[in-house]
Design a protein around this ligand. Structure first.
Ligand code: SAH
Ligand code: SF4
Ligand code: F3S
Length: 492
């Protein structure tokens, strides 16, 4: 959208926010307090970022935000449809909301996000979930204020789903979940059409944001106390190809790196087929880009990779990892794996296991293939019987856990820089912090350190996390060995 169009749309939505505020005031008079809104997010980081925008609009409209659905007067589910269990969870919870609404008839219920871009879902809700008040999709969330206002004035279900959009609307209000870290969208949609995946159908084609808009947003976030950002896109490595003045992802990263006050840069997700040497070089030189790369493999068998339309081979993936590890020896590599793609045999799964052993992933999300309606893979005839899928899945998971443990043990005894994220849920005397490589460590510290960087000695590795203790800035506590990685970080 041009700057001018953006301004006009922004104005329009502001007018609707004013309208919503009238409803909120009337509600407050009737109930003695403003309405409480609860936004529940399913799915990925992109949905989480969208939810922050939706929450921002609700807050501007005067709603009080709550995490407790039972207390809410307005519940919004931001849904995911990447696997069927994500959908089933939404249907299950809708049953619960229905029971809440029976006790509190003025409760309003809204659904948005990826699941709503599927026709069959909308039909099902219109037929069997009549108590839902508002449904919208992924392409018109910038019109949320307008839709909310329509819902407030309507007795009937309001449904507004767009097939596609080429618009990117800037400057929506945002209510961040964390004060010290934030996601930043750099692009929307996906053009890859991996044969199992529904994302391109529900999120539309790739659209990159203008670099100046991205940089301005990050600068404002840093100004507001954010130390760590995660650049978000379904395939960040193809960022910028569609811009009027094309720019590579590596070039964008270099520009982001220059932002003063920003301490950590992460990004998600990288498609192996588009990961450039230029990007590896920028990562190697950077002092802010975290030593972590999420590089989804999906499968190790060339036959399956081809049927998945991933456009790389096992050998190419291994060569890429080799190159990465050579350039950045301390890099943590994580991945996504699918078991049970149509036609996959146990021998094919062995190929995946072989890659896991060779790469030594620091972590891997292992999924059971879920047929998604409308995708090429769902129509394939050779769907794999459940017992075979489970057998392969269990075998793969065991190896994944074993190698991830071995990797984690490598850092035991080192001192590393940690961003303190939260007070530990189980023990309030502890805080939980995140290392640059994305691992978590629990240690004793004052809760006022949340959002701050501290040095922590990683005393004990517990497989997927550490327990440790805070040390001074030079790591000079008695039982501490100073790791090489720390030296690098300090010298830079
Ligand atoms: N854009 C990202 C991932 C998006 S979805 C990428 O390309 O890497 C996140 C993960 O869900 C995928 O990496 C894949 O492992 C998994 N996934 C996607 N569709 C799936 C399906 N139909 N069944 C099982 N897992 C799936
Ligand atoms: Fe789905 Fe493939 Fe696009 Fe990732 S790259 S979102 S797996 S189609
Ligand atoms: Fe799910 Fe949509 Fe993300 S389908 S994984 S929420 S892009």
């Amino acid at each position: 959208m041009s700057h001018e169009e953006n301004k006009i749309e922004g104005k329009r939505q502001e007018e609707y926010i004013e309208k919503c505020r009238l409803y909120v005031s009337a509600f407050a008079v009737e109930h003695g307090q403003p309405p409480k809104a609860c936004v529940v997010t399913f799915g990925c980081q992109m949905n989480a970022r969208d939810s922050e925008k939706l929450s921002g609009i609700l807050a501007q409209a005067g709603y009080e935000l709550t995490d407790a659905e039972e207390d809410a007067d307005f519940v919004l589910y931001n849904t995911c449809t990447v696997r069927d269990n994500a959908n089933q969870r939404v249907y299950g919870r809708l049953g619960f909301l229905n029971s809440l609404k029976k006790k509190k008839p003025y409760l309003k219920i809204a659904l948005c996000g990826c699941m709503m871009q599927e026709k069959t879902v909308i039909e099902k809700i219109q037929k069997s979930y009549r108590f839902v008040d508002l449904i919208f999709g992924t392409h018109n969330i910038f019109r949320f204020a307008e839709l909310l206002s329509r819902m407030q004035a309507s007795e009937d279900m309001v449904v507004d789903i767009w097939e596609e959009t080429d618009k990117i609307v800037e400057n929506l209000p945002v209510k961040r979940k964390y004060s010290y870290k934030s996601g930043v969208n750099i692009m929307f949609g996906c053009n890859n059409f991996c044969s199992y995946c529904i994302v391109p159908y529900v999120r539309g084609r790739e659209r990159s944001r203008e670099p100046k808009d991205i940089l301005r947003e990050i600068e404002a976030l840093v100004e507001d106390g954010v130390a760590e950002i995660m650049l978000l896109g379904q395939n960040v490595n193809s960022y910028g190809k569609d811009l009027e003045n094309p720019m590579s992802f590596a070039e964008l990263l270099e520009a982001v790196e220059k932002i003063e006050g920003l301490r950590r840069i992460r990004f998600m997700t990288s498609h192996p087929k588009d990961l450039s040497d230029e990007l590896i070089e920028v990562m190697r030189r950077s002092t802010k880009i975290c030593r972590h790369l999420h590089l989804p493999l999906q499968a190790g068998s060339d036959r399956i990779l081809q049927a998945m339309n991933r456009r790389y081979t096992k050998a190419q993936y291994l060569a890429l990892v080799e190159k990465l590890k050579h350039a950045i020896p301390d890099i943590a590599i994580t991945t996504d794996l699918i078991v049970g793609f149509p036609g996959e045999t146990l021998e094919d799964v062995e190929e995946t296991i072989d890659v896991v052993r060779k790469v030594q992933f620091d972590n891997a999300f292992t999924f059971i293939y879920s047929p998604r309606e409308g995708t090429p893979a769902a129509a394939m005839e050779n769907q794999v019987p459940e017992e075979i899928v489970h057998e392969g899945f269990d075998k793969l998971l065991a190896v994944v856990q074993e190698t991830a443990k071995e990797r984690a043990a490598l850092w035991q005894g080192k001192v590393m820089e940690v961003l303190v994220e939260e007070v530990n849920e189980q023990d309030p005397a502890l805080v939980t912090g995140r290392l640059g490589n994305n691992m978590l460590v629990h240690f004793k510290a004052d809760r006022r350190l949340v959002g701050k960087f501290v040095m922590v000695a990683l005393d004990t590795c517990h497989g997927f996390y550490y327990t440790g203790r805070m040390v001074d800035w030079l790591g000079q506590t008695k039982h501490t060995r100073l790791g090489k990685m720390v030296d690098n970080q300090w010298l830079n």
